[in-house]
Design a protein around this ligand. Structure first.
Ligand code: SF4
Ligand code: SF4
Length: 226
């Protein structure tokens, strides 16, 4: 999950930590599905997202991939992104709207079929993450949500993720690994870049997780192997 934002354009007052209260709450998205359409290169999945999907759907990555995900290159790194080519008619409040570039998990009521195990970037919205030094902060992207968000919620609660401290540590670890490849991708020859991409895909995505075990243990075991 890497949002390409220029840190120089962001002032300190727009950045938040996990214990900050931020205007995130909206009564309901009812009637709106704007952020589940044609999201381009923003909705990629990290290994924890894949672990949650595998656990929630009871399927391995290779079985989820064909219908719901697509492998795309971002900054030289191949990663799975949510597929955004679903055609469907959404019925809501007695109106019908036809969509042609919807997320594969959006249903005909304009709702997310995998709400409980949707990827982190969907759970974060309308927050984004900004990586600074060895860690990260949260940025409220006020203009990206179509509704007025007026209820203050603690970021930690908003993310609703088990073992939050471990999760934050993992997020930084994963980002460092991704950054170590993307920052050198342009200098690498084609074969070397292909090899490292295959290694990352095989290690963190195509090898199914044991969903009865702790994710973080498995992640760090795989990091060591790499
Ligand atoms: S996974 Fe769910 S919340 Fe995320 S874009 Fe798809 S439908 Fe929307
Ligand atoms: S744009 Fe805002 S209100 Fe609309 S679906 Fe996304 S989060 Fe909900």
């Amino acid at each position: 999950m890497i949002r390409d934002m220029n840190i120089n354009d962001i002032t300190e007052d727009k950045l938040f930590g996990p214990n900050d209260m931020v205007k995130l709450g909206v009564d309901d998205c009812n009637g709106c599905h704007a952020c589940c359409l044609d999201t381009g290169d923003t909705l990629n999945l990290d290994p924890y997202d894949v672990f949650r999907l595998e656990a929630g759907l009871g399927l391995g990555f290779s079985n989820i991939l064909p219908n719901h995900l697509e492998l795309r290159v971002a900054d030289g790194l191949i990663m799975p992104f949510l597929k955004m080519d679903k055609e469907l008619t959404i019925k809501c409040h007695e109106t019908e709207v036809k969509e042609t570039s919807a997320c594969s998990f959006l249903n005909s009521e304009g709702r997310c079929d995998i709400h409980e195990h949707r990827p982190a970037i969907c759970r974060l919205f309308p927050l984004g993450r900004i990586y600074m030094g060895d860690g990260h902060k949260y940025l409220l992207m006020e203009d990206e949500c179509k509704k007025d968000r007026h209820v203050k919620v603690k970021i930690k609660k908003w993310l609703n993720t088990e073992n939050f401290a471990k999760y934050e540590e993992y997020v930084d670890h994963w980002h460092a690994l991704v950054k170590s490849v993307t920052s050198r991708a342009k200098e690498m020859d084609e074969q070397a870049l292909k090899s490292i991409n295959m290694l990352i895909l095989q290690t963190f995505y195509f090898t199914d997780y044991d969903v009865s075990r702790d994710f973080y243990e498995q992640f760090y075991e795989r990091c060591k192997k790499m």
